[in-house]
Write a protein that binds this ligand. Structure first.
Ligand SMILES: NC(=O)c1ccc[n+]([C@@H]2O[C@H](COP(=O)([O-])OP(=O)(O)OC[C@H]3O[C@@H](n4cnc5c(N)ncnc54)[C@H](OP(=O)(O)O)[C@@H]3O)[C@@H](O)[C@H]2O)c1
Length: 319
């Protein structure tokens, strides 16, 4: 008997199963645990290849996880066909082009929020009613270590992953009464194609090279994700880097983000994709130093002086 045994033969819905960590999770669940996996992704060629390899234990649906309507239709279809979902794994996601928040287009922001956050919200909303009927209910959401330690240049990505973390922690409390286990998986760097898929930048290969040197493989991450689910770990860091990030934020919450930011700034000369984040800090170094000094030496203004300033007297009084 092992704590993982309950996984055998479970019915699983897994998003992002066509490649990366999701694919590895799929292979383990089907080959090792004999699970029936209903995968969700869009790349038909990759999904067909997996279907040919895995046979009857695997089926897939192609839809965009950002659409609530697609999720609702999917849940209904599973219900109609008698596929009683035990486990939902919201793994699919994307990263953002490295750069400053204000340089991102509205469409880019919208797409990342929909793909990384709303998809998880819609997936949980659509699938949890069915999971509540299972004796082996489980929900696993894949966030990121950057939910805990965010990096400049990845503002919207980090925001979505922090929100997924928050959502998952709340679900864990709320679903206890239905005997549904919950995991939030926080990977650090993992060697997958996600970095190559960064939109609109010619600098991806450099950032990708860095991940290649410090990241764990998708196979290792996949194994650990399955283990986290099997053992019912609520908060799970897949690798040393993610553990280190979490430890830093717990032990030194003020110093750690400053430290990681300064490492990135120092590496900006070598990793050109970091440069857009720090460009002004390099270009305006003297100006910024002078402005900082000026702020420090500004004399204290009296309320009378402020009233005489930009705002009308009435506005100031109203504040
Ligand atoms: N790799 C890392 O270093 C890292 C670190 C921390 C967290 N994560 C998180 O871990 C998860 C998996 O990442 P990964 O590195 O394995 O990514 P990946 O190799 O790029 O795979 C992403 C998967 O998501 C699917 N997908 C993406 N957008 C979709 C959409 N709109 N609708 C349906 N399917 C969609 C893709 O399928 P199709 O292309 O077939 O649609 C693919 O199967 C993501 O949530 C990611 O944010 C990754």
């Amino acid at each position: 008997m092992s704590r993982m045994d309950w996984l055998y033969g479970r019915n699983v819905v897994l998003t992002g199963c066509s490649t990366g960590m999701g694919k590895e999770v799929l292979l383990i669940l089907v080959k090792k645990y004999g699970c029936n996996v209903m995968g969700v992704a869009r790349n038909k060629a990759k999904l067909d290849e997996l279907k040919a390899e895995l046979g009857d234990k695997f089926s897939y649906r192609r839809f965009n996880i950002s659409s609530q309507e697609e999720w609702r239709n999917f849940a209904k279809e599973l219900d109609d066909m008698g596929f009683n979902t035990d486990i939902l794994i919201n793994n699919a996601g994307m990263i953002q082009p490295f750069g400053q928040f204000n340089d991102m287009t509205d469409d880019q922001i919208d797409k990342i929020i929909k793909t990384n956050l709303l998809s998880v919200v819609y997936g949980c909303k659509a699938m949890i009613p069915a999971i509540k009927k299972s004796k082996f209910g489980y929900v696993c959401n894949v966030a990121s270590a950057s939910a805990i330690l965010p990096f400049g240049g990845e503002s919207i990505y980090s925001a979505t992953k922090a929100a997924v973390w928050g959502l998952t922690e709340c679900l864990a409390q709320e679903l206890r009464g239905f005997n549904i286990g919950v995991s939030c998986v926080m990977p650090g760097p993992v060697k997958t194609d996600i970095y190559k898929a960064r939109e609109g930048e010619g600098t991806a290969p450099k950032a990708d090279k860095m991940v290649q040197s410090v990241g764990i493989t998708a196979q290792t991450a996949g194994k650990r994700i399955v283990k986290a689910i099997g053992k019912g770990k609520l908060r799970f860091f897949t690798d040393f880097m993610a553990q280190l990030m979490s430890l830093g934020m717990r032990m030194m919450p003020r110093i750690t983000p400053k430290f990681s930011g300064s490492i990135m700034k120092k590496s900006a000369g070598m990793v050109s994709s970091f440069m857009p984040i720090y460009k002004e800090q390099f270009d305006r170094k003297a100006e910024l130093k002078a402005a900082k000094k000026e702020r420090k030496t500004l004399k204290k203004h009296s309320i009378e002086e402020v009233k005489e300033g930009f705002f009308a007297k009435d506005d100031v009084t109203n504040i």
